[in-house]
Design a protein around this ligand. Structure first.
Ligand code: 5RP
Length: 233
């Protein structure tokens, strides 16, 4: 069975965590989109009344088309549940996110949420984070200097040979720009043995806005399998 149907199974299972009246953070990426569409079907059927806050312009569009009622984030001082995908998940529920470039808004919403539920297919489960390049969101001003500092920071945090590369748009000409107007440095690390050090080192660099390591945020991971889902809490 394909990763796509595993993602769809995980997305359906996440509806168990949604109750009437909740404010729901809506993640980004293909798995989160399946959840948003499933949520829209429940809202349209009158089974659920919730308010959603999207983590990206793309998710906002998907939610509007799916019929999920949205509120601006400024109208919420907290969020009940954030439901999102991930690029990698390890056994301690640490994540790499940001493959779609939405990590900053995803982290703001996950951090504001009482509960973060992560949806993945089986391929996203790893023993050690880092095979997927770590996205680091940076201010465009001085990004080449910031990139050098990111390289040094990763070395100090124990990554032996990091490769730091600016993310480019589809046609590879211009840098990719996030919804917040920043650039992304994709950092191939191979293995991240000490996520806490990487977090601290990166956040100490002025040009770094945030990075795609999510530590101590996910409380539930739903893994779509071929004929079932595995819920880890
Ligand atoms: C976007 C993300 C996504 O959640 C992550 O890239 C997973 O995407 P997908 O569900 O398409 O595999 O972090 O910034």
């Amino acid at each position: 069975m394909s990763a796509q149907s595993q993602k769809a199974r995980a997305a359906e299972a996440a509806l168990e965590y949604i109750e009437d009246g909740m404010i729901v953070g809506l993640g980004s990426g293909s798995t989160a989109a399946l959840f948003v569409k499933a949520l829209g079907r429940r809202c349209a059927a009158g089974d659920l009344s919730i308010k959603g806050i999207p983590t990206s312009r793309e998710t906002e569009q998907i939610a509007l088309e799916a019929g999920v009622p949205l509120i601006p984030i400024e109208q919420a001082d907290r969020i009940d549940v954030a439901v999102d995908g991930a690029d990698e998940v390890d056994g301690g529920f640490r994540l790499i996110k940001g493959g779609g470039g939405c990590l900053l808004r995803e982290k703001i919403i996950a951090d504001a949420a009482d509960l973060m539920v992560v949806l993945v297919d089986e391929t996203k489960l790893v023993e050690t984070l880092g095979a997927f390049p770590l996205p680091v969101e940076v201010d465009p001003f001085g990004w080449t200097i910031t990139a050098k500092k990111v390289f040094d920071a990763l070395r100090r945090a124990g990554v032996e040979r990091p490769l730091v590369d600016i993310r480019r748009q589809g046609d590879r000409s211009e840098p990719f720009i996030t919804d917040g107007g920043h650039y992304i440095l994709d950092c191939a690390c191979g293995a991240i043995e000490d996520a806490y050090s990487v977090d601290a080192e990166l956040l100490a660099i002025p040009g770094v806005v945030d990075h795609g390591l999510f530590i101590d945020q996910a409380r539930v991971v739903i893994v779509g399998e071929d004929d079932d889902v595995k819920v880890m809490e």
